[in-house]
Structures are given as structure tokens and as C-alpha cells.
Design a protein around this ligand. Sequence first.
Ligand code: NDP
Length: 384
Amino acid sequence: MTRSLSILGATGSIGASTLDLIRRERGAWRVVALTANGNAADLARLAREFAAEVAVVADEASLPALRAALAGSGIAAAGGASALVEAASRPVDLTVAAIVGCAGLAPTMAAIEQGRTVALANKEALVSAGAVMTAAVERHGTTLLPMDSEHNAIFQCLAAGDLAHVRAITLTASGGPFRDWSAEQLAAATPQQAIKHPNWAMGAKISVDSATMFNKGLELIEAHHLFPVGLEKLRIVVHPQSVVHSMVEYRDGSTLAQLGPSDMRVPIASCLAWPSRMDTPCAPLDLAALGELTFRAPDEARFPATRLCRQAAEAGGAVPAVLNAANEVAVAAFLAGQIGFTRIAVTVEELLARYAPAAAATLGDVIAVDAEARSRMRQMMELV
Ligand code: NDP
């Protein structure tokens, strides 16, 4: 039976891994919408290859290039924020939400409102709009599948038991490329060094997040919404080999873990085939060759991001949206060479101390807080 699929963020790292799996089972899928920000050439190439119904660039300035690249193909081309939301609203069996940043929030919510199945990679959307998004999932009877490798691991481990019996959930963290660096070395870290992840090939923003440990902190907030066991039961452990993707400990002392290669095609395949299974081209785990798996506590003195994220989750309301927006601005400034690596966490903490947002009850409220936090962050960092 053919299933319909849309990919929001098709030209990114998650988009490429998803399409790699779709390509191997071409007959099983009908591709409806593929989206990008400004990369019209790659988007048009993918839309043609997968015979998509519509291709959308969020950045309207890229629409003429997209139209030209799709001329004669019969594929509809569109551009701008509302076109993105319209494409995400087209009913499909599965939407892969893989836009980076809070920019993915509105289209992801539009997909959720269709009441079908949404596989969520776009963690920033859930971090910013946690309560609003989980309420929409509930209201529309949507199935939300976690695509992030840690949350997908937890989701799989929870298939064996009930949330009510969970004693703890442990997110594993590789520790990123700087896990063994001194404070002095961290202060001098460059964007090139930060985006070179030791275990995973990912987009630039999440690679920097992994180096600062904001990625793990955002994942803690994400887990808090996806698996509501209480923040005090959510833990983080550094596991440099990235083989154990996360663990669930039950009240009887049983701990279940999900293991696999450091290849996003494994959790993506789990979402594509759920509740069944599918083949992937990933090499099977060879534990004897790996030799040993190691674990250690995170160092929040060198990497304060996980502390900031836990505090934001404890504060609740729109505070995580402020934290996320501040981090997105700081990461962009770091990648542009405007601030040093250790300034990312320092400036995020500064904005959190200065800006106490009103509660956000609707999608519009969250988007307004996100915009306000970005503007204040840029001013504070004198990037305006
Ligand atoms: P990439 O940077 O590789 O890709 C991002 C995608 O989003 C691209 O298609 C990009 O289009 C599009 N995009 C960027 N900005 C906007 C915007 N303002 N509006 C609309 N679309 C936009 O990111 P990743 O694939 O690495 O990550 C995507 C999401 O998945 C992130 O939330 C990340 O945290 C999460 N994730 C990623 C993992 C990974 O291994 N990469 C693992 C787990 C989670 P364009 O190409 O035109 O710029």
C-alpha cells in the first residue's frame, strides 16, 4: 500500500537521510510536499526526483529560482511563510518535521492540526511551544513520533512498560567535539572546530548545540514534554561512543536501553515504518569491535547549557521559548564570527535574567515571545 509523505526541511541533513530511505522503497511512498528555506536548486532537484506535488521555499526571494528550476515539470512552486504553512496543511499519512529552529513551529503545528502522524526532528519547535503543541496533539488525535535519536530510543524502550512505572529516563550525550577541552581551549574554539562532530554528521546549528551541550539541554525539555514523568526523573549522562541512545529505568530496577549505530537513518526508519520495522543500509553493531562503552557525569562548570535548560523547564511558561530564541541568535552570531564560543551560554543566561515573558497560551503568543526574545538578544549583543 502506498503512503503519502511530506518533508518540511527536505534539503537538510535529516531531509537527506529520510529521502535516502524513501529512495530505497520508492514504490511505497507518494511524496506530496518538500520544503526548504532558500536552497531552490537542491529543492527542485529533489522535487523532480521524487515527483513531489509541491515544492516550497520559505524565503520568498528564492521563489523565482525555484520556479525556473521546476519549469515544465508540472510540480507546483510556492514561496513564503504562508505557502509553507499551506503545504504543511496538505493531508498526508506522515509529515517529517525537519526544519531547523523555531522557524519550523508554525508549519509543524499546521501538520499536527491535520490529525495524522508527525515525525518530529525539529526539537526547537517543541521546546518553544511545549504545552501549546502537546495540547494540539491531544486535541487533534495526532500521533507524534519522536525522530530525535534519544527520544526515539526512549519511545522504543517505553514500548515495554508504562510511564507510571518509570523511575528514571537517562538521555545519553556524546559530549560533542570539545568534551575533553579545558575552559581556556573552549574560549578560543572556532566555528570550524565546533561543527566537526566526532560521531554524527548533522546541520551546522545542531552541531554547535552539541558542542555547547545546548543540544542535550533542549532534548531534556523535549523529553519533559514527550514523556511526562517529571523533570526530577530526567537525567543526562555523557557517553562518548554514542552507541546507547538513551535508557529507561523501571521501578523494579530493570533498565532498558536502545543501542544502534550513530546514523540518523535508524531512528528515521523507526518512524517511517512504525509500528512495523524496515530494512536500513546501516552496518549492524559490532560490540566486540567496539570493545567498551563508557559513561560519565556531565561537567556543568565547563558546559552550563544543561543547567540553563533545566532551569528554563522548571520555570515553565514561555521561558523555554526565550532560552531557545536566545540560543538560536547566539549560535548564528558564533557561526558568523561575531562572538566567541563560551559567550553563547553566557549571553543566553544574561537574556534569561533580563526578560521574564508573559505566559504563552497560543501559537501566536509563542511566536511573539520568540520574536521579542530575538530582538532583545540582538540588542543586548549589539548585533543590530
Ligand atoms: P539542516 O541545517 O541540515 O537543515 C535544515 C532544513 O531546514 C533545511 O531544509 C533548510 O532549508 C530548512 N530551513 C532552514 N531555515 C529555515 C527557515 N527559516 N524556514 C524554513 N525552512 C528552513 O538541519 P538538520 O537536518 O541537521 O536539523 C533539522 C532539525 O532536526 C533540527 O531541529 C535539529 O535539531 C533536528 N535534529 C537533527 C539531527 C541531525 O542528525 N541532523 C538529529 C536530531 C535532531 P535550506 O537548505 O534552504 O537552508
